[in-house]
Design a protein around this ligand. Structure first.
Ligand SMILES: [Mn+2]
Length: 409
């Protein structure tokens, strides 16, 4: 429904004359909101802006519920990013556990800045370091940390939530909206309102927008229960979020250790001529399947046609170590079997170190005398670096015949 006032030019002028003229830099983007809704949104943005300005340079504790869901996690991050604009440093914390695979995936893949404060850690923390605390997607009743916050007499700077009002928190800024189906909807409106201009060239912004999209979707049963304002928020996020990253997060059946390997592959990957190459270091024998899964994931990246992931797999019982690698390709003219045979050649007995089938391949390189666990972590690191450099050199020779060859002389 369109507000009839919108058609009235007088009303537009009346609204704009009410906007602060003292150099306010907000560029609100809610063209379809009703006049009343728009005014309310602007008031909220200004109120949060006032609170944040009043606390410039502060340190705040952002409290999530004990078992934080994607909505809470993403909103804690969005608040932290907004607060950074005001030189407010935030620690986003929870006391319980990240139980769901999908939440672990979210935190790992987006590198979401959240800390788990165990009971032991709580005792060690200097609570006096915080000038204020903030409740996001909760109102203190679902976090074990609340009594400690009270004991430390940390003033409540803000409550932003969509659950019905629980207790009186006497917060400096309160935005509790049961009409919003997710807190991500509310936080997205603050972004839209201009408190933080999202930038598509900022990877943190992209990841945070992706997290918010995930939070919004998961609290609305994949938008099926979303209302107009949730859709509006999702529409705004759609300009910034990474749909591939989101679908990776949604592949929740992966174990945490697989996620760790995928994360390492993302972090370590190098790109050369549309090849994505990543060494992931050491992993346990039970987790060797994480390598092909990481390759599966890396090959989905834009402009990548072939992904190669490898690591040193060790078997504690057998004292055995071997380099395991996987190749995935979308390039029809690339024969994985041929590629790997050419890259790694044969052992003295004439067996190839690798081979493959259509679109996929693998390799296994025994480590011989260098195999076996060593207590010295420096030694382990050096050993990895040697294998990593050697494998990269062999691969890059094929990937990029002219350049990129690592010289060992
Ligand atoms: Mn929620």
């Amino acid at each position: 429904m369109t507000d009839p006032l919108l058609a009235d030019p007088e009303a537009e002028i009346a609204l704009s004359s009410e906007r602060p003229r003292n150099g306010s830099s907000f560029k609100p983007e809610w063209p379809n909101a009703s006049m009343q809704g728009r005014r309310l949104s602007e008031q909220r943005v200004e109120a949060l802006d006032r609170m944040l300005k009043a606390h410039r340079g502060d340190r705040q504790l952002v409290l999530l519920q004990d078992f934080p869901d994607p909505d809470a996690l993403s909103c804690g991050w969005a608040y932290k990013l907004i607060a950074e604009q005001y030189e407010i440093r935030c620690d986003v914390v929870y006391a319980g556990t990240l139980s769901h695979q999908e939440n672990i995936a979210l935190v790992k893949l987006t590198n979401l800045p959240v800390q788990r404060w165990t009971a032991q850690l709580c005792k060690e923390k200097d609570w006096t370091a915080y000038n204020g605390c903030v409740f996001i997607d909760n109102q203190g009743t679902t976090t074990q940390l609340w009594p400690m916050v009270q004991q430390a007499k940390i003033p409540v700077a803000a409550v932003i939530d969509h659950h019905s009002s629980q207790i009186e928190l006497n917060a400096e800024f309160t935005d509790i909206r049961t009409s919003a189906r997710s807190t991500a909807t509310i936080l997205t409106q603050y972004l839209q309102g201009g408190l933080l201009q999202l930038d598509t060239s900022n990877s943190q912004h992209i990841k945070c927008a992706t997290a918010l999209m995930h939070g919004l979707r998961s609290d609305t049963n994949r938008l099926m229960q979303a209302q107009e304002e949730d859709f509006m928020a999702a529409a705004y996020l759609s300009r910034f979020y990474d749909s591939q990253l989101l679908s990776a997060v949604l592949q929740s059946s992966r174990s945490k250790r697989v996620m760790d390997v995928i994360e390492r592959s993302l972090r370590n990957r190098i790109m050369e001529n549309n090849f994505s190459i990543a060494g992931v270091g050491y992993l346990r024998y039970d987790d060797r399947d994480a390598i092909p899964q990481a390759a599966d994931f890396l090959v989905t990246e834009e402009n990548v046609h072939t992904a190669l992931v490898y690591g040193i797999v060790h078997d504690e019982d057998e004292e055995l170590e071997v380099v395991i690698g996987s190749l995935r390709t979308n390039k029809l003219t690339l024969d994985p079997d041929e590629f790997l045979k050419e890259a790694f050649g044969q052992d003295p007995q004439g067996r190839f170190f690798g081979g493959g089938r259509s679109m996929a391949g693998g390799f296994e390189i025994p480590m011989g005398f260098l195999s076996g666990f060593n207590d010295n972590s420096d030694y382990a690191r050096i050993k990895w670096e040697v294998f990593d450099a050697q494998i990269k050199q062999k691969l890059l020779r094929l990937v990029n015949p002219e350049n990129g060859v690592i010289r060992t002389t």
